[in-house]
Ligand binder design. Structure first.
Ligand code: 13P
Length: 253
């Protein structure tokens, strides 16, 4: 049984006060619940303070990216060890904005996955096709390729530290959410790929989140899809009013 995992990717939003106000609300809301896993991904500069604010809670804190190198002359970069040092336990890698705005390719994403795992960080590995790729019926090829390349060299044991996020690029920040059918097909395909590379049992234990315009009014339908194990949320994660209902999404069944 896979526990739902609801994660808020704040992207380059919020500042100290709004971030701390939001996590206080999330902390209070989640309390000692153990029917759902919750994580927030603040901008790098707030990871430390948010992690302190959430100490003793069940909510995890992660970063939105990390460097593929362990240390050295990489101006502007942040290492996995530095993230772990300030309380991050997770990192999002291969997000579509990293891939499409900053040109990160599969090989770099894979090196980052190894860098993060080496320092004990869990990973949310994002995959997703553009609208053109979907229209050209390339969805499976693209997301299957991103998945296998991103996980190259990752052991079965380390796969247990990885969550996959299916985030169709055309659904991110557009208000155009994937239908339950589209998400279900993509997630089932990804789980099949994982089963082929690892084992069916490991594929069955791996959580696959959906991301892209998740909101309180569509989360219920998405979380009802058997292969959708939670969501990675951008815009709706920035306010308690829209994020807290997502944490309760599975309860609405
Ligand atoms: P939105 O929820 O704003 O569409 O963003 C999704 C996303 O990219 C989460 O990583």
């Amino acid at each position: 049984m896979r526990k739902p995992f609801i994660a808020g990717n704040w992207k380059m939003n919020l500042e100290r006060k709004s971030a701390l106000d939001l996590v206080a609300r999330i902390k209070e809301h989640v309390g000692a619940r153990d029917d759902v896993d919750v994580a927030v991904f603040p901008p790098f500069v707030y990871v430390d303070e948010v992690a302190r604010a959430l100490r003793g809670s069940k909510i995890a804190v992660g970063a939105q990216n990390c460097c593929d190198e362990p240390h050295g002359a990489f101006t502007g970069e942040i290492s996995a060890a530095q993230l772990a040092d300030v309380g991050a336990t997770l990192v999002i890698l291969g997000h579509s904005e990293r891939r499409h705005v900053y040109g990160e390719g599969n090989e770099l994403v894979n090196r980052k996955v190894h860098a993060a795992l080496d320092k004990g960080l869990a990973v949310i590995l994002c995959v997703g096709e553009t609208l053109e790729q979907r229209q050209a019926k390339q969805t499976e090829k693209v997301i299957g390729g991103q998945l296998t390349a991103g996980l190259a060299g990752v052991s079965a044991r380390d796969l247990l530290k990885i969550t996959i996020a299916y985030e169709p690029v055309w659904a991110i920040g557009t208000g155009q959410v994937a239908t339950a059918k589209q998400a279900g097909e993509a997630h089932a395909y990804l789980r099949g790929v994982l089963g082929g590379v690892y084992t069916d049992s490991l594929a069955d234990q791996t959580r696959i989140q959906y991301g892209g315009s998740v909101k309180p009014d569509n989360v219920k339908e998405l979380l009802l899809v058997p292969d959708v194990d939670g969501c990675l949320v951008g815009g709706a994660s920035l306010k308690a009013e829209t994020f807290l209902p997502l944490i309760d999404g599975r309860r609405m069944r």
